[in-house]
Design a protein around this ligand. Sequence first.
Ligand SMILES: C[S@@+](CC[C@H](N)C(=O)[O-])C[C@H]1O[C@@H](n2cnc3c(N)ncnc32)[C@H](O)[C@@H]1O
Length: 281
Amino acid sequence: MGLLTPREILKNDLFSKGTHILEIGCGNGEFLLHLHQARPYAIIWGLDISNFALKKAFSRTKDRANIFLVKSDGKWFLQWLVPPKTLKEVYLLFPDPWPGNEKKRMVNQNFIKLLSERLEIGGRFTFATDVRDYYEKTRELFESSGFFRITEGIESFYTKYERKWKSLRRETYSLTAELVKAPKNIETFGVFLEHPVEVSISVETIKNLAGLELRWGDIFFKIIDVYEKTGREFLFKTVFRFRDMGQKQLFILKDGKIDLLPVQLEIYPEPLLDAIKLVFT
Ligand SMILES: C[S@@+](CC[C@H](N)C(=O)[O-])C[C@H]1O[C@@H](n2cnc3c(N)ncnc32)[C@H](O)[C@@H]1O
């Protein structure tokens, strides 16, 4: 099918029907093809943050109508784009282990929380790594969550990194965690394509907003730069973080209203809207 933007996914409500399977960090797309062959009825989502990887995955999968690729961080995608209880299977195969900087790893408490909310009951998450300590910590997190049952891993995934580690005779480890109990209260937020906010602060204040930082609860919002286009039209380069997920966003202030820059094709999570309201009204 090809590459989709977060905006296209929301606009077309692509999670509203069908069986959905997700691979986070799909690399060159080999495993997406395996999934597609094994489950021809399912919609297969492949995420990666690397343009290089997505280009390879695209050339491998472009003629398959049921494979969708998205340039997105895995947690960002789960948090803002996947509705609760939607996914049948999720795969994370040989993710970056971040030696010395383990807090950047994909699997942590927040990832497990998101999975427990986005998988359907009986849905499964499969993980593989060549890093023993990453495997053991992942196993511990699932075991202590109270929502998952660990079942057998899968023998082979036929991915580039699996081949790489096997050719170097490095041991690899895998597990599958099945969701056996859903959380009682699933946290939900609105996500918008546009939401113009009336600005009630002065032009002088606006000009001095560069460098402003807000932190409250799980939210961090910073205006990195302000560009004056014409006397009353401004562009804002911002960064928004929610828990351990971050994204840069561009906003435009025009005719007394601020909103997402239309050409940027991004989305507007509710906590980001709250930050915008706090700064500009
Ligand atoms: C070591 S490679 C493994 C690729 C493939 N799964 C395999 O086994 O051959 C890790 C992949 O994850 C992608 N990646 C890293 N961080 C990511 C993130 N936060 N969200 C989605 N993909 C990510 C990288 O760009 C890279 O393509």
